[in-house]
Every structure is written in structure tokens, then in C-alpha cells.
Design a protein around this ligand. Structure first.
Ligand code: PRX
Length: 675
């Protein structure tokens, strides 16, 4: 039983580099046990003698690998007859066909049978030291009461339920209650404005909204119910708004509103789970693309759940008894997969973080780690960059000996942040897993896997594909680049269980955006494959920018800017920002005969965009100019503007199609004055 002993690991930082400090090599050795201790299913994979063998099996013998894991790791109401039927060329993806299961049963009931009093959720409330622990039994009861409330209110299988809530146990129970009764949940990040919320409610044709009276974040109150009231005015189809009380503050209630806390107490603690087909819809989640309209990505039941659970287990080396601390908001995909579904499917203990990294002071994360004894900490580079500015003392003040793995997600992590995270936060003993993935992929796709004994981790590299992921690189003509030491567009050449199935009500758009003519899944990200075959993400290839790990389509912001009465046309660009990764920079031309100062316009646009989209999308810089650089056919040359905001005006590239060179010169001069 040697594998039951605590694992010993050590990390060694070497300064040897081949491409500057980014590639200082981190080598990890692990005294792990046999492969079957790592993955018991390996017994049935006689061909795979080591971890590379397991990976090969996952992409070459897809039915055996995924079929075995699907049977072993999920609890089925009726078994599946085929592991998968996928054809990316035609945009058809289906896993575990013929099988029926219930996601809430997999996340709750089966753990309640084994360990009812095990803590499922630790709600780390905004005020430090006020955490609430919820056991699996309690979470199941809350979920069932909520499921019964939803049914009593008329919610049926297949209905879309909007959840506009901060991280709290009731939000998790709402997600699971939907899963239990077969409804489709749609979370909207509670920082989104009334208009953004209304757009999503309308697009999803949702009749039910669940919210709280007020949110509390960083010591500040947000009037979430008021935002919902505003949004539902534009959504005539909404029939009910279920309101829970996060604070004591009473809020006006209309005929649509249902006092949720009172209603759930009237309901039974048992709620029959509905048998769902593997490919029935589990949730919609809206995300920005390169057009003005956010798209509702669709995730289905079995494949998503299995993929979230497996990545949670193997990327973070999660073991029974560990406390998993993902500080993402549940309104994003990271919250779905690694606060809720992955950890709960694995019967783990997961933290729901309601606060911010700076509240009440810059030691908040590490004080929480000490108090809750967090073993795996998963956060965003933007927060790490912010915290490192406050110095090491805020970290060192707290005991971080519980930490085993540190995770990073949402954007590239720069070397300085990586080194600080590794050396200061993790005391140079916790592997940092830089995890690359997207809302579309459902779970982590490229990441180091420190649970693999031969694993090697290098700063700034997402390293290697997860089980089932076959990355491939395309050049700008669509040719596959097979060699190493090459950059290209990151695609994935075969379907995997966790991938999104479609865009809600717009399958054509899904095919157009994500699937190449040759049948590859197109991620929209650029990647460099090193000479050893490791992957380093290099940023978006399209007009999507990434602000503090939040995706934003520049077209969305332009739509909002163009609604200002003074604006004739605009171009929105992401510029490098020390903390947020990217910030929003607006170039615009005023309507003829209008004068407005840049300061007033900036303030107006910040307000307008916060109202139309969300506060995080508000621009830092607004540059008024007389002409935008355009091609002869009238297309705005954003790549030229991008070089200007990156202060690379000397590298504008090919300008042969540019109509008016003087316009560019003028913009460069104006830009210098603005800084
Ligand atoms: O550009 C990539 C970036 O975030 C995008 C996905 O955003 P979203 O769907 O909101 O999901 C964020 C959380 C998974 C990707 O297309 N991204 C995400 N993780 C990384 C990253 N870029 C570089 N390195 C990462 N680790």
C-alpha cells in the first residue's frame, strides 16, 4: 500500500534558458506509486505502461479510454450504448449515447450515501472570518427544496433559468436544482449591467430569474435586485423573479417577485431527479466573440461533467480530503467547472469566494488559505500581478503550508508574476499549473499535470495537452504545421467530451466560428510550440480582448461607443495594461460640428459602457481624431491602431492598402500627447 503514503515531491528551479527568462526550467520529481494508483482504470488499458501511454490511449483508443472512465466515474440511471459519435467537419458531437443520468445525483446524492457530513462548500463570505460550511447532506436538501420550488413555480424540463447571483450556496443549489429537474441554467456574472442581463435573458428566452436583494463585494453593496428589475422591464417573457435575501435590506417586491427563502422552507427535502439523456442541455453560458453580440454556448450533461471532474482531479492532483480554493466567480466558466461541477462530481470540498483580493487588505487570499487550510489555490494572473505590487509581507504574514498546487487561468501569466507566485506564494515547493482553456472547451485543455511523475513545468508555458486533447497548429493559409519550434493558430483536431455542442439557437454561427473547413476546432488563440513540443499561448488572433481574464469583444464596445450622440465612428483596441493584462482604448471621430472635451467624453463613455456592458469594460483612454486609418475599401485598419497603442509605431507593417497615410501620422502624434 505504498501509494497510500503521503507523496513526496520537490521542485528544482534551474536558471538554464534557451529563450530568455521565460524558459527557466522547473523539473519535478515525484515518488508516486504505480499507474493504477494514479488512475485505477489503467488496469483495463494494458497497452499504456506510463503516463504518456495513458495520454496516447485517450486520443487513439477513444472509445476504450473514455468509455471506461465514463462508466467508472459517473453514476448512470441507464447505461450508454456508444461512447461517442463525433464528426467535427459536420459539427456533430455526441458522447455517451443512449445513456441517462442526472448531474445533481452525480454531484450530491452519491456522496451523501457515502459521507453525508462531509463539507461540500465553504462559503468564504465577503467579511473575513465569517465562513459558512455546508455539508453534502445540507446541499442536497437545499437543492431539493429549490428544485421543488422551481417546479411549483411552473419551471419544466428544458426551460432556461437565469441565475444572477454572487457566489453563495444558494447559487450553487440553484444550478444543481436546475440540473435535478432538467431545466437549463444560465448564469450571468453579477457585474453585468441591466442591459447585458436583458440581452441574455431575451436571447435564451428565459422566463425565470433567480437573484438576491443585494450583493456584497469588497465591503461594497451592489443593488442586484434593482438591476434585475430594470432588466425584466425589457423582457416581457419573464414570468417570475425569485429573490433571496443576501443582506437584511428589504427591497421593493412586485407581482413578478417571489420571496425565495420563505418559499423553499415550505418545500420537501426530497425531489425526484429527472433522467436526462447524455446530450440534453445542462447550461448556457454567454461569452464574447468577434461580433457585437455575445453568444450562448451550450454545454450538455455527461461529457461536460466527466471532463470537468477529470481535469479537476488530474490537473490539480486533487485527493479526497483536500480543500479546493478556486477564487473565480461562479458567473464565469471557471466557476462552473472548478468551483461547482468538477469538485462536487469528485466529492470534494470547494470554496466559494465572495470577496476580492484586496479586501480588507492585500493579504486576503493568503489569510483565507491559512484559515481554511486550502490545498489547491486557483486564481487569475491579473490578481497575482496586482498583489505582487503590495510586496511579500502580505503573503508571508500567513501560513501557507497547506498549499500543494497553485493554478493560473484566464490569460497568459507573465514571468514576473509566475516567479512570484511560485517562489513567494508557493515557497518554491508548489507546482504552478498555467491552465489554458475557454468557455467553449468546458474544461482545461492544455496545462502541466504535476500528478504525472515525469512532468516538467516551465514558467509561462501551458505545456501539454490534457487527456483527449489533440492540439494542432495552422498557418495563415490553413495548412497544418507539424514541426516543432513553430507558431500558428491553435486548433484541436478531434472532439473531446467537454466541448461546447453549439451556440444556443444558432448552430450555423457555431460552425462558422469554431470549425474549420478541414474539421478542426478553431480556438481563436495563437500558440507557439517549442522545440520540445510544449505549448505557449501567445494571445487572441481575433478582435477579442482580455481584461483581467474577462473576455470582451471590441465590436461590443464599439456598438456602445457609437450610441453616444457625439460619436460618428469608433475603433476599440486592447492595449497592454500592467495589472489587467489588457485595457480598453477607444479611437473615435466626432460627428461634424460637435465639440465636446475629451475629459467629458471619456466620463460619458465610461458611464455608458458600464451601463450597457459592465464596469470592467469601461475604457481608460479615449482618443479623439479626425480620421480613422482605413483600407481603400473602407475597412478600419485595427492592426495599425494596435501597433500605435502598443507604442510600436515604428513597426506598422505593410501599409500598401492604407488609404490615407497622413491620418496615421496624425494619430501617432495625438497618441504621444495623450500619454
Ligand atoms: O485567449 C485565451 C484566454 O482566455 C480565453 C478564454 O476566455 P473565457 O472563455 O472567458 O475563459 C476564461 C477561463 C477559462 C482564451 O481563448 N486564456 C485562458 N486561459 C489562458 C488564456 N490565455 C493564455 N494562457 C492561459 N492559461
Amino acid at each position: 500500500m505504498a501509494w497510500l503514503l503521503p507523496r513526496r515531491c520537490y521542485l528544482k528551479v534551474c536558471s538554464q534558458t534557451s529563450r530568455g527568462p521565460f524558459l527557466s526550467s522547473i523539473v519535478r520529481a515525484w515518488s508516486g506509486g504505480p499507474l493504477t494508483a494514479y488512475m485505477p482504470e489503467a488496469v483495463s488499458f494494458p497497452g499504456s505502461k506510463n503516463h504518456q501511454g495513458l495520454y496516447r490511449m485517450s486520443v487513439e483508443q477513444v472509445d476504450t479510454f473514455w468509455g471506461t472512465l465514463g462508466r467508472n466515474r459517473l453514476t448512470w440511471i441507464s447505461p450508454f450504448h456508444s461512447v461517442q459519435d463525433c464528426n467535427l467537419e459536420q459539427g456533430w458531437v455526441a458522447w455517451f449515447l443512449g445513456g441517462q443520468l442526472n448531474v445533481a445525483v452525480n454531484c450530491l446524492d452519491r456522496h451523501v450515501h457515502r459521507a453525508p457530513n462531509k463539507v461540500a462548500l465553504i462559503w468564504e463570505k465577503d467579511e473575513p472570518g465569517k465562513e459558512v460550511q455546508i455539508t453534502y447532506r445540507e446541499l442536497l436538501e437545499l437543492t431539493c427544496r429549490l428544485g421543488n420550488t422551481l417546479k411549483r413555480q411552473g419551471v419544466k424540463k428544458g426551460d432556461r433559468v437565469t441565475i444572477y447571483m454572487p457566489p453563495c450556496p444558494l447559487a450553487v443549489a440553484s444550478m444543481l436544482a436546475c440540473a435535478r429537474i432538467g431545466a437549463i441554467h444560465m448564469l450571468v456574472f453579477a457585474g453585468f449591467s441591466a442591459e447585458a442581463l436583458a440581452d441574455r435573458i431575451q436571447d435564451a428566452q428565459s422566463e425565470t430569474v433567480i437573484t438576491v436583494n443585494q450583493g456584497l463585494r469588497g465591503g461594497r453593496v451592489t443593488e442586484l435586485k434593482q438591476t434585475v428589475d430594470q432588466a425584466v422591464k425589457w423582457c416581457p417573457k419573464v414570468k417570475r423573479v425569485l429573490v433571496s435575501m443576501r443582506t437584511e435590506q428589504k427591497v421593493p417586491m412586485s407581482d413578478l417577485d417571489v420571496p425565495l427563502d420563505e418559499e423553499i422552507m415550505k418545500e420537501d427535502v426530497c425531489c425526484e431527479p429527472v433522467a436526462m439523456d447524455s446530450e440534453d442541455l445542462l447550461f448556457l453560458l454567454y461569452t464574447s466573440g468577434s461580433t457585437g453580440k455575445p453568444k450562448g454556448l451550450v454545454h450538455s450533461q455527461a461529457g461536460y461533467l466527466l471532463y470537468a471532474a477529470l481535469t479537476h482531479k488530474y490537473v490539480f492532483d486533487y485527493h479526497d480530503g483536500d480543500v479546493f480554493g478556486c477564487v473565480a466567480d461562479i458567473g464565469w466558466i471557471t466557476g462552473h467547472s472548478y468551483v461547482v461541477y468538477g469538485p462536487l462530481c469528485n466529492g470534494g470540498t470547494t470554496v466559494l469566494f465572495e470577496s476580492t483580493p484586496l479586501y480588507p487588505d492585500p493579504g486576503r487570499y493568503w489569510e483565507t488559505v491559512e484559515r481554511l487550510r486550502i490545498n489547491q489555490f486557483y486564481g487569475a494572473p491579473t490578481a497575482i500581478r496586482l498583489l505582487l505590487r503590495y510586496g511579500d509581507k502580505w503573503v508571508k504574514k500567513y501560513d501557507r503550508s497547506s498549499l500543494k498546487i497553485l493554478g493560473s487561468v484566464g490569460e497568459p501569466i507573465n514571468t514576473e508574476a509566475w516567479e512570484w507566485y511560485f517562489n513567494v506564494v508557493g515557497e518554491a515547493r508548489c507546482p504552478v499549473v498555467d491552465t489554458w482553456w475557454q468557455t467553449e472547451t468546458g474544461g482545461i485543455c492544455i496545462s502541466p499535470r504535476p500528478s504525472d511523475p515525469g512532468d516538467e513545468i516551465r514558467p509561462g508555458l501551458a505545456m501539454r495537452p490534457f487527456f483527449g486533447i489533440s492540439p494542432c497548429l495552422l498557418d495563415d493559409k490553413g495548412n497544418v504545421l507539424t514541426e516543432n519550434d513553430v507558431s500558428g493558430a491553435l486548433c484541436i483536431s478531434q472532439a473531446w467530451p467537454g466541448m461546447a455542442r453549439t451556440i444556443y439557437n444558432d448552430h450555423k454561427r457555431f460552425l462558422f466560428m469554431f470549425l474549420t473547413a478541414t474539421g478542426f476546432f478553431f480556438t481563436g488563440d495563437g500558440v507557439y510550440r517549442t522545440s520540445e513540443g510544449y505549448y505557449q499561448l501567445t494571445g487572441r488572433l481575433d478582435d477579442v480582448i482580455n481584461i483581467s481574464g474577462h473576455r470582451l469583444g471590441t465590436a461590443e464596445v464599439e456598438d456602445a461607443v457609437n450610441q453616444h450622440a457625439a460619436v460618428a465612428e469608433s475603433a476599440v483596441i486592447g492595449y497592454p495594461h500592467n495589472i489587467k493584462g489588457e485595457g480598453v482604448y477607444v479611437f473615435l471621430v466626432l460627428k461634424k460640428g460637435i465639440y465636446i472635451s475629451r475629459e467629458t467624453l471619456t466620463a460619458d463613455l465610461q458611464e455608458l459602457i458600464s451601463k450597457k456592458i459592465a464596469k470592467y469594460a469601461a475604457p481608460e483612454y479615449v482618443q479623439i481624431t479626425s480620421r480613422l486609418p482605413k483600407t481603400r475599401s473602407g475597412k478600419i485598419m485595427r492592426r495599425v491602431l494596435k501597433k500605435i497603442v502598443e507604442n510600436k509605431a515604428h513597426q506598422l507593417g505593410d501599409l500598401t492598402t492604407l488609404e490615407d497615410y497622413e491620418a496615421v501620422q496624425k494619430i501617432i502624434e495625438e497618441h504621444k500627447c495623450l500619454l
